[in-house]
Design a protein around this ligand. Structure first.
Ligand code: ADP
Length: 300
């Protein structure tokens, strides 16, 4: 099977854990041995308030302004990336392993800071923004839903206080409500960490519900690579579509059904943006995207 995205998985677990307020940044970083030296600014800038649950979402604009980045000072893995994702736009990141897709997401979440250039959210440099604000505006969904030992409700709320109706609404919106209702204790059913008692599809839907309840303007998604059965695949696609409505989204997309539907595909190669356009446009260009696409068609 595919194990290409394990580093991203670690990061997403970390982001989720931080979002849950489970532990301090330092402790999570110790556990995962990822260096984190990000500090809040002394005078953080605040952005207009995020919409609360049930209210209209304000999709965010994301701008990468000539971003260059290296984990080590002598080895840049992203080079002069310059693009803007408009509010509400859905963008897929595509490229061979090691091209820099996960690194882009890590920068966006400020697990690392850029080496050169800047990343702006609605015109504000994310380094000037309180991290709590960043986490409110953005939800990260990993490809193989991370679960905590705890009941279904707390796996959706991450321990924050939400009304029962909000939990139910989030579950319904993401097609997981009927599954939850079939569990022995419904929303009170205890789940095991890593979710060994759930299928991949069910974990994915729970992760969607966890994002939905926060009502973020921006969604970051590492799509599952696992082969889901046809029934689950369509349920997940439908849930994903409902989750994407009115939000800005960056997706590391593996499924052609998703890639075909995004507004724009950013194709990366060795840390550089080499192609940009929708599925049809990129096929016509007959470049890297077209060859990756043909390769995937052969495998399928
Ligand atoms: P992708 O997600 O497209 O597969 P990554 O962003 O994971 O690509 O990787 C981009 C480059 O950065 C690769 O050369 C990879 O080896 C390197 N890299 C990824 N994570 C780290 C890290 N934590 N430390 C050093 N180099 C890393």
């Amino acid at each position: 099977g595919q194990r290409l995205f394990d580093p991203l998985r670690e990061f997403a677990d970390q982001f989720t854990a931080i979002q849950a307020g489970l532990t301090s940044l330092e402790r999570v970083s110790d556990i995962l041995s990822e260096p984190i030296e990000i500090r809040d600014p002394h005078e953080p800038q605040t952005l207009p308030a995020t919409a609360r649950s049930g209210q209209t979402i304000a999709p965010g604009e994301i701008r990468f302004d000539h971003v260059t980045f290296g984990y080590k000072s002598d080895e840049m893995v992203l080079r002069d990336l310059d693009f803007t994702i408009r509010p509400g736009e859905k963008v897929a990141l595509v490229g061979p392993t090691g091209a820099g897709k996960s690194s882009i997401i890590r920068l966006l979440c400020r697990l690392y800071d850029v080496t050169k250039g800047s990343i702006q959210m609605d015109g504000v440099d994310i380094r000037e923004m309180p991290q709590a604000e960043l986490r409110r505006r953005m939800s990260v969904i990993l490809q193989d839903g991370f679960l905590f030992a705890g009941d279904v409700t707390s796996n959706i709320t991450l321990g924050e206080s939400y009304a029962k109706e909000d939990v139910r609404r989030a579950a319904e919106q993401t097609n997981v409500a009927s599954f939850i209702e079939r569990l022995p204790q419904g929303y009170d059913t205890e789940l095991r960490q890593r979710g060994t008692n759930l299928s991949g599809g069910e974990k994915q839907l729970l992760a969607f519900a966890r994002a939905a309840i926060r009502n973020p303007g921006i969604l970051v998604l590492d799509e599952a690579t696992a082969n889901l059965d046809v029934g689950t695949e369509s349920i997940i696609q439908e849930a994903l579509e409902s989750l994407l409505v009115g939000r800005t989204a960056i997706i590391i997309a593996h499924r052609l059904s998703t890639i075909r539907r995004v507004d724009r595909i950013l194709v990366l190669k060795q840390g550089q943006l080499v192609e940009s356009g929708n599925h049809q446009e990129l096929l016509e260009q007959n470049g890297l995207y077209a060859s990756l696409y043909r390769l995937q068609m052969l495998e399928a």
